[in-house]
Write a protein that binds this ligand. Sequence first.
Ligand SMILES: *[C@@H]1O[C@H](CO)[C@@H](O)[C@H](O)[C@H]1NC(C)=O
Length: 391
Amino acid sequence: MAEQSRAVALMMAVVALAVVGAVTEKVGPQPITHVATTDITDMMNPGPDRRMELPGFDPEFVDFPHYIIRITERIWHHREVELCLEYYGGEAAIHTLAGDITGAQTVVDNTYATLKAFPDRRLEADNVVWSKDGDTFYSSHLITSKMTNLGDSEFGPATGKAVRVLTVADCACFENRIIEEWLVRDNMGLVQQLGLDPDAVALKQAEADQKKGFSLPDFHANARAAIDTAPLVALEARASSESAAVKVLVAALNKIWNLRSLEGLDEIYDYRVSAHVPGARDLYGHDQLANFFRPVLGALNSTRLQVQHIAEIPYLGEARDVAIRWAVSGVHETDGLYGASTGLPVYIMGVTQARVMNGRIREEWTVWDDIAIRRQVAYKRLSVEARTIRA
Ligand SMILES: *[C@@H]1O[C@H](CO)[C@@H](O)[C@H](O)[C@H]1NC(C)=O
Protein backbone atom coordinates (compact mmCIF):
# COMPACT_ATOMS: atom_id res chain seq x y z
CA MET A 1 0.00 0.00 0.00
CA ALA A 2 2.76 2.39 1.00
CA GLU A 3 4.68 1.40 -2.09
CA GLN A 4 1.61 1.94 -4.18
CA SER A 5 0.85 5.41 -2.80
CA ARG A 6 4.47 6.42 -3.25
CA ALA A 7 4.22 5.36 -6.87
CA VAL A 8 1.01 7.36 -7.25
CA ALA A 9 2.61 10.41 -5.61
CA LEU A 10 5.59 10.10 -7.95
CA MET A 11 3.33 9.83 -10.94
CA MET A 12 1.37 12.86 -9.85
CA ALA A 13 4.59 14.78 -9.40
CA VAL A 14 5.64 13.81 -12.91
CA VAL A 15 2.28 14.90 -14.28
CA ALA A 16 2.50 18.18 -12.37
CA LEU A 17 5.99 18.79 -13.77
CA ALA A 18 4.79 18.07 -17.27
CA VAL A 19 1.94 20.54 -16.80
CA VAL A 20 4.34 23.20 -15.50
CA GLY A 21 6.62 22.48 -18.47
CA ALA A 22 3.77 22.85 -20.89
CA VAL A 23 2.74 26.10 -19.25
CA THR A 24 6.24 27.59 -19.48
CA GLU A 25 6.49 26.57 -23.12
CA LYS A 26 3.09 27.96 -24.02
CA VAL A 27 3.14 31.49 -22.65
CA GLY A 28 1.11 32.76 -25.58
CA PRO A 29 2.45 34.99 -28.36
CA GLN A 30 5.77 36.68 -27.78
CA PRO A 31 5.81 40.45 -27.36
CA ILE A 32 5.96 42.50 -30.55
CA THR A 33 9.54 43.18 -31.62
CA HIS A 34 10.89 46.12 -29.66
CA VAL A 35 13.61 47.46 -31.91
CA ALA A 36 15.27 49.96 -29.53
CA THR A 37 16.07 47.27 -26.96
CA THR A 38 16.61 44.10 -29.03
CA ASP A 39 19.85 42.84 -30.55
CA ILE A 40 19.91 42.47 -34.33
CA THR A 41 20.71 38.72 -34.06
CA ASP A 42 17.53 38.18 -32.08
CA MET A 43 15.54 40.35 -34.46
CA MET A 44 16.80 38.28 -37.40
CA ASN A 45 15.87 35.00 -35.64
CA PRO A 46 12.47 35.68 -34.12
CA GLY A 47 11.10 32.12 -34.44
CA PRO A 48 8.15 31.09 -36.56
CA ASP A 49 5.15 32.48 -34.70
CA ARG A 50 3.18 35.58 -35.63
CA ARG A 51 3.14 38.11 -32.82
CA MET A 52 0.41 40.29 -34.26
CA GLU A 53 -2.11 40.19 -37.07
CA LEU A 54 -0.45 41.18 -40.33
CA PRO A 55 -2.92 40.58 -43.15
CA GLY A 56 -1.34 40.15 -46.58
CA PHE A 57 2.25 40.07 -45.30
CA ASP A 58 4.57 37.11 -45.92
CA PRO A 59 4.42 34.48 -43.15
CA GLU A 60 8.13 34.92 -42.34
CA PHE A 61 7.41 38.33 -40.78
CA VAL A 62 6.38 37.83 -37.16
CA ASP A 63 5.21 41.41 -36.71
CA PHE A 64 5.36 44.81 -38.40
CA PRO A 65 8.63 46.12 -36.87
CA HIS A 66 10.22 42.81 -37.84
CA TYR A 67 9.11 43.37 -41.44
CA ILE A 68 10.83 46.77 -41.50
CA ILE A 69 14.07 45.54 -39.94
CA ARG A 70 14.13 42.35 -42.02
CA ILE A 71 13.66 43.99 -45.40
CA THR A 72 16.16 46.75 -44.57
CA GLU A 73 18.71 44.09 -43.61
CA ARG A 74 18.16 42.26 -46.90
CA ILE A 75 18.15 45.29 -49.17
CA TRP A 76 21.06 47.18 -47.59
CA HIS A 77 23.22 44.73 -45.66
CA HIS A 78 22.84 41.69 -47.89
CA ARG A 79 22.90 44.08 -50.87
CA GLU A 80 19.81 42.44 -52.35
CA VAL A 81 18.84 45.75 -53.90
CA GLU A 82 16.49 44.24 -56.49
CA LEU A 83 14.22 43.18 -53.63
CA CYS A 84 12.95 46.77 -53.64
CA LEU A 85 10.89 45.66 -56.64
CA GLU A 86 9.15 43.19 -54.34
CA TYR A 87 8.85 45.33 -51.23
CA TYR A 88 7.88 48.65 -52.85
CA GLY A 89 4.64 49.27 -54.68
CA GLY A 90 5.23 49.83 -58.42
CA GLU A 91 3.91 53.39 -58.12
CA ALA A 92 5.08 54.10 -54.56
CA ALA A 93 5.78 57.80 -53.97
CA ILE A 94 8.85 58.64 -51.90
CA HIS A 95 8.75 62.19 -50.60
CA THR A 96 11.92 64.09 -49.72
CA LEU A 97 12.51 67.78 -49.13
CA ALA A 98 14.58 67.81 -52.34
CA GLY A 99 11.69 66.42 -54.42
CA ASP A 100 9.72 63.22 -54.94
CA ILE A 101 10.79 59.88 -56.32
CA THR A 102 8.22 57.57 -57.88
CA GLY A 103 8.20 53.82 -58.26
CA ALA A 104 10.06 50.74 -57.10
CA GLN A 105 12.51 50.80 -60.02
CA THR A 106 13.61 54.34 -59.11
CA VAL A 107 14.18 53.18 -55.54
CA VAL A 108 16.43 50.41 -56.92
CA ASP A 109 18.37 52.88 -59.11
CA ASN A 110 18.80 55.36 -56.25
CA THR A 111 19.94 52.64 -53.85
CA TYR A 112 22.62 51.54 -56.34
CA ALA A 113 23.68 55.17 -56.78
CA THR A 114 23.99 55.62 -53.00
CA LEU A 115 26.00 52.39 -52.74
CA LYS A 116 28.31 53.61 -55.49
CA ALA A 117 29.00 56.80 -53.55
CA PHE A 118 29.10 55.06 -50.14
CA PRO A 119 29.92 51.37 -50.78
CA ASP A 120 30.16 50.41 -47.09
CA ARG A 121 26.95 52.16 -46.04
CA ARG A 122 25.28 50.61 -42.99
CA LEU A 123 21.73 51.27 -41.85
CA GLU A 124 21.63 50.51 -38.14
CA ALA A 125 18.13 50.49 -36.71
CA ASP A 126 17.97 52.72 -33.64
CA ASN A 127 14.21 52.43 -33.39
CA VAL A 128 11.00 51.66 -35.21
CA VAL A 129 8.06 53.61 -33.80
CA TRP A 130 4.91 52.37 -35.51
CA SER A 131 1.15 52.62 -35.71
CA LYS A 132 -1.67 51.11 -37.73
CA ASP A 133 -4.76 52.35 -39.42
CA GLY A 134 -6.97 49.48 -40.57
CA ASP A 135 -4.69 47.20 -42.57
CA THR A 136 -2.17 49.96 -43.33
CA PHE A 137 0.86 50.03 -41.08
CA TYR A 138 3.06 53.08 -40.51
CA SER A 139 6.68 52.95 -39.42
CA SER A 140 9.00 55.72 -38.32
CA HIS A 141 12.38 54.06 -38.71
CA LEU A 142 15.25 55.89 -37.03
CA ILE A 143 18.53 54.93 -38.68
CA THR A 144 22.19 55.67 -38.02
CA SER A 145 24.37 55.25 -41.11
CA LYS A 146 28.13 55.01 -41.02
CA MET A 147 29.77 55.08 -44.41
CA THR A 148 32.77 56.16 -46.46
CA ASN A 149 32.43 58.44 -49.47
CA LEU A 150 34.39 56.50 -52.11
CA GLY A 151 32.41 57.51 -55.18
CA ASP A 152 30.84 60.67 -56.62
CA SER A 153 27.61 61.60 -54.87
CA GLU A 154 24.78 64.09 -55.34
CA PHE A 155 26.98 66.49 -53.30
CA GLY A 156 30.11 66.32 -55.46
CA PRO A 157 33.17 64.23 -56.29
CA ALA A 158 34.36 61.46 -53.93
CA THR A 159 36.06 62.83 -50.81
CA GLY A 160 37.27 59.61 -49.17
CA LYS A 161 35.75 60.86 -45.89
CA ALA A 162 34.04 58.63 -43.33
CA VAL A 163 30.75 60.02 -42.01
CA ARG A 164 27.95 59.24 -39.59
CA VAL A 165 24.47 60.45 -40.43
CA LEU A 166 20.90 60.20 -39.08
CA THR A 167 17.96 59.30 -41.30
CA VAL A 168 14.30 58.75 -40.58
CA ALA A 169 12.29 56.71 -43.05
CA ASP A 170 8.55 57.03 -42.45
CA CYS A 171 6.72 54.35 -44.42
CA ALA A 172 3.10 53.46 -45.06
CA CYS A 173 2.89 49.72 -45.73
CA PHE A 174 0.07 47.61 -47.04
CA GLU A 175 0.09 43.86 -47.76
CA ASN A 176 3.85 43.33 -47.72
CA ARG A 177 4.68 46.50 -49.65
CA ILE A 178 5.75 50.05 -48.92
CA ILE A 179 3.14 52.17 -50.67
CA GLU A 180 4.35 55.61 -49.61
CA GLU A 181 7.48 56.89 -47.90
CA TRP A 182 8.64 60.16 -46.35
CA LEU A 183 12.42 60.18 -46.20
CA VAL A 184 14.38 62.70 -44.17
CA ARG A 185 18.15 62.60 -43.96
CA ASP A 186 20.49 64.98 -42.18
CA ASN A 187 22.25 66.01 -45.38
CA MET A 188 23.63 69.07 -43.58
CA GLY A 189 25.61 66.86 -41.21
CA LEU A 190 26.65 64.67 -44.12
CA VAL A 191 27.90 67.55 -46.28
CA GLN A 192 29.79 69.11 -43.38
CA GLN A 193 31.51 65.84 -42.54
CA LEU A 194 32.48 65.49 -46.19
CA GLY A 195 34.33 68.79 -45.70
CA LEU A 196 32.14 70.65 -48.18
CA ASP A 197 30.52 74.08 -47.87
CA PRO A 198 26.74 73.55 -47.46
CA ASP A 199 25.79 76.71 -49.34
CA ALA A 200 28.17 75.94 -52.21
CA VAL A 201 26.63 72.46 -52.50
CA ALA A 202 23.09 73.90 -52.34
CA LEU A 203 23.96 76.49 -55.01
CA LYS A 204 25.33 73.82 -57.37
CA GLN A 205 22.16 71.78 -56.90
CA ALA A 206 19.98 74.85 -57.48
CA GLU A 207 21.92 75.63 -60.68
CA ALA A 208 21.35 72.08 -61.87
CA ASP A 209 17.64 72.41 -61.01
CA GLN A 210 17.44 75.65 -62.96
CA LYS A 211 19.09 74.05 -66.00
CA LYS A 212 16.51 71.24 -65.86
CA GLY A 213 13.68 73.75 -65.48
CA PHE A 214 12.84 72.36 -62.04
CA SER A 215 11.93 74.81 -59.27
CA LEU A 216 12.10 73.34 -55.78
CA PRO A 217 10.15 76.28 -54.28
CA ASP A 218 7.37 75.76 -56.87
CA PHE A 219 7.43 72.03 -56.24
CA HIS A 220 6.58 72.63 -52.58
CA ALA A 221 4.14 75.50 -53.23
CA ASN A 222 0.96 73.44 -52.80
CA ALA A 223 2.13 71.67 -49.65
CA ARG A 224 3.17 75.03 -48.22
CA ALA A 225 -0.14 76.66 -49.12
CA ALA A 226 -1.98 73.77 -47.46
CA ILE A 227 -0.27 74.67 -44.19
CA ASP A 228 -0.83 78.41 -44.56
CA THR A 229 -4.53 78.10 -45.39
CA ALA A 230 -5.36 75.41 -42.82
CA PRO A 231 -7.72 76.73 -40.15
CA LEU A 232 -5.82 78.00 -37.16
CA VAL A 233 -6.99 75.44 -34.64
CA ALA A 234 -4.50 75.49 -31.83
CA LEU A 235 -2.29 72.47 -32.23
CA GLU A 236 -2.53 71.62 -28.56
CA ALA A 237 -6.31 71.65 -28.69
CA ARG A 238 -6.21 69.27 -31.62
CA ALA A 239 -3.95 66.95 -29.62
CA SER A 240 -6.37 66.87 -26.67
CA SER A 241 -7.45 63.30 -27.41
CA GLU A 242 -3.84 62.05 -27.69
CA SER A 243 -1.84 60.32 -24.96
CA ALA A 244 0.12 62.24 -22.34
CA ALA A 245 3.44 61.46 -24.08
CA VAL A 246 2.18 62.65 -27.47
CA LYS A 247 0.89 65.85 -25.86
CA VAL A 248 4.40 66.54 -24.53
CA LEU A 249 5.98 66.35 -28.00
CA VAL A 250 3.13 68.32 -29.58
CA ALA A 251 3.64 71.01 -26.91
CA ALA A 252 7.35 71.17 -27.77
CA LEU A 253 6.77 71.46 -31.53
CA ASN A 254 3.97 73.98 -31.02
CA LYS A 255 6.03 76.16 -28.69
CA ILE A 256 9.06 76.25 -30.96
CA TRP A 257 7.54 76.54 -34.42
CA ASN A 258 4.08 78.09 -33.90
CA LEU A 259 4.49 80.22 -30.78
CA ARG A 260 8.13 80.85 -31.79
CA SER A 261 9.08 80.84 -28.14
CA LEU A 262 12.24 79.37 -26.69
CA GLU A 263 11.27 80.37 -23.15
CA GLY A 264 10.18 77.77 -20.63
CA LEU A 265 11.55 74.80 -22.54
CA ASP A 266 12.53 73.37 -19.16
CA GLU A 267 8.85 72.60 -18.56
CA ILE A 268 8.81 70.31 -21.59
CA TYR A 269 12.40 69.04 -21.75
CA ASP A 270 14.30 67.17 -19.06
CA TYR A 271 17.27 69.27 -17.88
CA ARG A 272 19.52 66.45 -19.15
CA VAL A 273 17.82 66.17 -22.53
CA SER A 274 20.04 64.65 -25.16
CA ALA A 275 18.99 66.09 -28.51
CA HIS A 276 20.28 65.01 -31.92
CA VAL A 277 19.60 67.74 -34.46
CA PRO A 278 20.48 68.64 -38.09
CA GLY A 279 24.17 69.25 -38.73
CA ALA A 280 24.93 65.98 -36.88
CA ARG A 281 24.90 67.96 -33.66
CA ASP A 282 24.41 66.32 -30.28
CA LEU A 283 23.05 68.77 -27.73
CA TYR A 284 22.75 68.48 -23.96
CA GLY A 285 20.09 70.37 -22.02
CA HIS A 286 17.28 72.70 -23.07
CA ASP A 287 19.63 75.70 -23.11
CA GLN A 288 21.63 74.15 -25.97
CA LEU A 289 18.37 73.25 -27.68
CA ALA A 290 17.20 76.86 -27.48
CA ASN A 291 20.56 78.01 -28.85
CA PHE A 292 20.16 75.64 -31.77
CA PHE A 293 16.66 76.84 -32.68
CA ARG A 294 17.25 80.58 -32.16
CA PRO A 295 19.03 81.21 -35.51
CA VAL A 296 16.53 79.00 -37.37
CA LEU A 297 13.56 80.98 -36.07
CA GLY A 298 15.62 84.14 -36.44
CA ALA A 299 15.95 83.61 -40.19
CA LEU A 300 12.41 82.41 -40.91
CA ASN A 301 9.42 84.65 -40.17
CA SER A 302 5.85 83.47 -39.70
CA THR A 303 6.61 79.81 -39.19
CA ARG A 304 3.61 77.47 -39.00
CA LEU A 305 3.85 73.79 -38.18
CA GLN A 306 1.43 71.10 -39.19
CA VAL A 307 1.44 67.63 -37.65
CA GLN A 308 1.22 65.02 -40.39
CA HIS A 309 1.55 61.71 -38.59
CA ILE A 310 1.79 60.49 -35.02
CA ALA A 311 3.00 57.11 -33.75
CA GLU A 312 3.81 55.96 -30.25
CA ILE A 313 5.18 52.80 -28.65
CA PRO A 314 6.35 51.93 -25.14
CA TYR A 315 10.05 52.19 -24.30
CA LEU A 316 11.20 50.84 -20.92
CA GLY A 317 9.22 51.12 -17.71
CA GLU A 318 6.78 54.01 -18.03
CA ALA A 319 8.80 55.72 -20.76
CA ARG A 320 7.26 56.17 -24.22
CA ASP A 321 8.75 56.70 -27.66
CA VAL A 322 6.76 59.14 -29.81
CA ALA A 323 7.36 59.88 -33.50
CA ILE A 324 5.78 62.87 -35.20
CA ARG A 325 6.23 63.73 -38.85
CA TRP A 326 5.60 67.42 -39.39
CA ALA A 327 5.83 70.12 -42.01
CA VAL A 328 6.65 73.78 -41.52
CA SER A 329 6.00 76.77 -43.73
CA GLY A 330 7.96 79.94 -43.09
CA VAL A 331 9.25 83.00 -44.92
CA HIS A 332 12.94 83.73 -45.35
CA GLU A 333 12.60 87.39 -44.39
CA THR A 334 15.52 87.96 -42.03
CA ASP A 335 19.27 87.96 -42.72
CA GLY A 336 21.16 85.28 -40.84
CA LEU A 337 21.38 81.51 -40.92
CA TYR A 338 20.34 81.28 -44.59
CA GLY A 339 22.24 84.38 -45.71
CA ALA A 340 20.75 87.68 -46.82
CA SER A 341 16.96 87.51 -46.75
CA THR A 342 15.25 86.59 -50.02
CA GLY A 343 11.57 86.84 -49.04
CA LEU A 344 11.17 83.27 -50.19
CA PRO A 345 8.41 81.19 -48.63
CA VAL A 346 10.18 77.97 -47.64
CA TYR A 347 8.93 74.51 -46.84
CA ILE A 348 10.43 72.08 -44.35
CA MET A 349 9.52 68.44 -43.85
CA GLY A 350 10.85 66.89 -40.67
CA VAL A 351 10.47 64.05 -38.23
CA THR A 352 10.98 64.26 -34.50
CA GLN A 353 11.25 61.19 -32.33
CA ALA A 354 11.08 61.85 -28.61
CA ARG A 355 11.63 59.59 -25.63
CA VAL A 356 9.27 60.87 -23.00
CA MET A 357 9.89 60.09 -19.31
CA ASN A 358 7.99 61.47 -16.33
CA GLY A 359 6.22 64.03 -18.47
CA ARG A 360 9.35 65.46 -20.12
CA ILE A 361 11.45 64.73 -23.20
CA ARG A 362 14.62 62.96 -22.12
CA GLU A 363 16.05 62.25 -25.57
CA GLU A 364 15.13 63.63 -28.97
CA TRP A 365 16.06 62.99 -32.57
CA THR A 366 15.01 65.73 -34.96
CA VAL A 367 15.84 65.29 -38.62
CA TRP A 368 15.32 67.56 -41.60
CA ASP A 369 17.39 68.19 -44.69
CA ASP A 370 18.89 71.65 -44.17
CA ILE A 371 20.72 71.43 -47.53
CA ALA A 372 17.32 71.26 -49.23
CA ILE A 373 16.24 74.46 -47.41
CA ARG A 374 19.39 76.18 -48.66
CA ARG A 375 18.68 74.79 -52.15
CA GLN A 376 15.24 76.48 -52.11
CA VAL A 377 16.85 79.77 -51.05
CA ALA A 378 19.68 79.43 -53.62
CA TYR A 379 17.13 78.80 -56.36
CA LYS A 380 15.29 81.98 -55.41
CA ARG A 381 18.55 83.99 -55.57
CA LEU A 382 19.35 82.54 -59.00
CA SER A 383 15.94 83.47 -60.37
CA VAL A 384 16.26 87.01 -59.00
CA GLU A 385 19.72 87.27 -60.63
CA ALA A 386 18.36 85.94 -63.92
CA ARG A 387 15.60 88.56 -63.86
CA THR A 388 18.10 91.31 -63.05
CA ILE A 389 20.38 90.29 -65.92
CA ARG A 390 17.48 90.16 -68.37
CA ALA A 391 16.20 93.56 -67.24
C1 LIG B 1 10.69 89.28 -39.80
O1 LIG B 1 11.09 89.17 -38.45
C2 LIG B 1 12.03 90.13 -38.05
C3 LIG B 1 12.50 89.76 -36.67
O2 LIG B 1 11.41 89.61 -35.80
C4 LIG B 1 11.43 91.51 -38.14
O3 LIG B 1 12.38 92.49 -37.76
C5 LIG B 1 10.98 91.75 -39.56
O4 LIG B 1 10.29 92.97 -39.65
C6 LIG B 1 10.07 90.65 -40.06
N1 LIG B 1 9.84 90.82 -41.48
C7 LIG B 1 8.63 90.97 -42.00
C8 LIG B 1 8.57 91.22 -43.46
O5 LIG B 1 7.62 90.88 -41.34
